[in-house]
Design a protein around this ligand. Structure first.
Ligand SMILES: Nc1ncnc2c1ncn2[C@@H]1O[C@H](COP(=O)(O)OP(=O)(O)OP(=O)(O)O)[C@@H](O)[C@H]1O
Length: 267
């Protein structure tokens, strides 16, 4: 199931904040959505989850416009993790994760063993099992972020859209999550994540979608899109090469990453 952003424009307040954006995202791959603050990344992801209206164009899952899909069908197809990790009810973590199964339940139906197993799996995969009985209001920011991630994983969506999922995670959990997202994509789902960390994006993503000032400036395989010139143009940063010898490169070899080391105008 491809996720197709087709000439999408979005107006928020009085301003068009996304102009004529197009990209054809494929399942089985991790796409990093990158760009400076205010570029329109969250807006694009929200439009893909049908959470904001649009001024033109559309987002489709194969041939189906996400805006006109049955909401339950859409919720099974698209899992969305917002940037803001607020939970408004002080319920225990396991109940938050179980909310991810709602699109799979029949009206008034109790969770099935399959639903419970999906919740268990999601909590195991996000290392939140030990938090199951804790009220979410008592959790640390990073713990709560992992519980909210577990909620999205529990829904087993065909497309997982996450807005800055690394933001409050410690380095070990960032690495775990990126590995988990890669595994999720390898299982046939689509994964699109908004990231600010250019190095993690190069490590974890297959494709990069670069947005600046509300426009798509580049989209394609990471190595082709995330060049020193493009990063300089889009982010205004100088980069230095770093050889990643962890064996995660093509064929288990070394991979050259570009690390931001300074601002262009401060050279
Ligand atoms: N509700 C709103 N009303 C008006 N303008 C908005 C609204 N929400 C966002 N914007 C504006 O739309 C633009 C794009 O915002 P968006 O949140 O998509 O950016 P972003 O690329 O995700 O940024 P960041 O990296 O800072 O999270 C920004 O200029 C922002 O100020």
């Amino acid at each position: 199931m491809d996720l197709i952003v087709d000439a999408l424009s979005v107006k928020l307040g009085k301003r068009i904040v996304l102009h004529d954006a197009s990209a054809h995202l494929r399942p089985g791959r991790v796409t990093a959505i990158l760009g400076p603050n205010g570029a329109g990344k969250s807006t694009l992801v929200k439009a893909a989850a049908a959470l904001v209206g649009r001024a033109g164009g559309c987002v489709r899952l194969d041939a189906q416009d996400v805006a006109t899909m049955d909401p339950r069908v859409r919720a099974r197809a698209i899992g969305y993790l917002p940037q803001d990790a607020t939970v408004h009810w002080n319920i225990v973590a396991r109940d938050v994760v179980a909310l991810g199964r709602l699109p799979h339940l029949g009206a008034h139906a109790a969770p099935s063993p399959e639903d419970r197993a999906a919740v268990d799996r999601a909590m195991h995969d996000t290392e939140t099992t030990h938090l199951a009985d804790r009220p979410v209001g008592e959790l640390s920011g990073g713990e709560r972020a992992r519980v909210l991630l577990a909620r999205v994983f529990a829904g087993e969506p065909r497309w997982l859209l996450a807005d800055e999922p690394l933001a409050s995670l410690d380095p070990a959990h960032q690495i775990d999550l990126l590995a988990r997202l890669r595994t999720y994509a390898a299982g046939g789902a689509g994964v699109a994540i908004v990231l600010h960390d250019l190095v993690q994006a190069q490590r974890a993503a297959d494709d990069a979608l670069l947005i600046a000032e509300g426009r798509v400036v580049a989209f394609g395989p990471v190595a082709e899109v995330m060049t020193a010139d493009t990063l300089a143009r889009v982010f205004g940063v100088r980069v230095a090469p770093l050889d990643d010898v962890s064996g995660l490169g093509e064929g288990g070899g070394t991979r050259r990453l570009l690390v931001p080391v300074g601002r262009i105008d401060a050279a």
